[in-house]
Design a protein around this ligand. Sequence first.
Ligand code: GLN
Length: 446
Amino acid sequence: RAFLDRIAQIDGQLNSFITVSEHTALEQAAAADKILSEGKGSSLTGIPIAHKDLFCTQDILTTSGSKMLHNFVPPYESTVTQRLAEAGTVMLGKTNMDEFAMGSSNENSFFGAVKNPWNLDKVPGGSSGGSAAAVAAGLVVAATGTDTGGSIRQPASFCGITGLKPTYGRVSRFGMIAYASSLDQAGPMAKSAEDCAHIMQSIAGFDEKDSTSSENKTDNYLNSLNTPLTGLKIGLPKEYFGEGLDADVAKVIMDAVAEFEKLGATVKEISLPNLQLSIPSYYVIAPSEASSNLSRFDGVRFGHRCDDAKDLLDMYTRTRAEGFGAEVQKRIMVGTYALSEGYYDAYYLKAQRIRRLIKQDFVAALDEVDVIMGPVAPTTAFGLGSKTNDPVAMYLEDIYTLSANLAGIPAMSVPAGFADNMPVGLHIMGNYFAEAKLLNVAHQFQ
Ligand code: GLN
């Protein structure tokens, strides 16, 4: 009730929720009270959380931030939301996001921009901007997000919270509205690494409903949280500290690294030579996969349908022209072009080859060091509207985050300090399935 009241008081300014599911929340809370009064339940029983609005929730509106799905009520539940409900969490609602998770500022939402709780003139980051703002403002204890190219980590950095993008395949994608299927991964967003570990404990693990779900055994993410960092080898990629990085952000990151040295870690410079290529390769692969995934929104099966269609083609065309926003339309066109006959080898295939090189860079680096650290984003949260007319500047925001998705490795954003009165996130990347290690490294720092 206290959290619902706080949402009612504050969210008018932030716009972090698309749907507040008060009725379901109070029912789940009553059920949690009963379980707890019987001395049962898990560490998540009764904990108020929210879900990014691309996780299908049965009988609860799920929009993916789009007009196309403004009226879509899923008949089934995503694995992530199902597992968290089974663990006893109380879902307060569904959070705002860039349309179909395409964006870095949450300004591409059909439901309006989200404001950064630290400064209402700034963006919260994107695409999981609603989840990040809601956690930062204390409207929920934790939230789910998804990260295709940085969408958990960058908003976590901009809003001063902790976010983890797990290894590709660690968390089921079943029931997540797809953006780019070979990159999409769900993860926790919360105040601390410890809170993220509690969520991981519930959502990680094999799911037969997702063909890319990993059968690797999950770790216990809580048990390893107090492991000393003595001897931890940290790699600092020189490419992460080059041109474009704000000097005040760089200072916060280097101060954080010095703290890790005090905790017993050693630091060495490494190189990820293909970093610069992550933007062109991601911005071919992600739109290509999106153009294919979003073909299902045709006005026939679900979602928006235009009025008074003359014939089938007219219905498809106008439904999609009306239902998708400008950024989504642009990416569908880019992706369709890149996949078309005669261009496939020149664009998509080439981007996939670069992706392999980026992955090899990480594999080689993580042979030498335990974790890689650097900034999450080149700047702190920028002003609302300041990059909306400059797509290249917006895409450059993603320079440090995209490569972890292209390689499939886990990566976190951890609050490290402030530059110009805005939060700065420290980026911690690790080897495949090293989520427990990343969470411990972050926890020692917090
Ligand atoms: N900003 C990137 C994009 O616009 C990443 C988004 C994401 O991770 N969903 O595609």
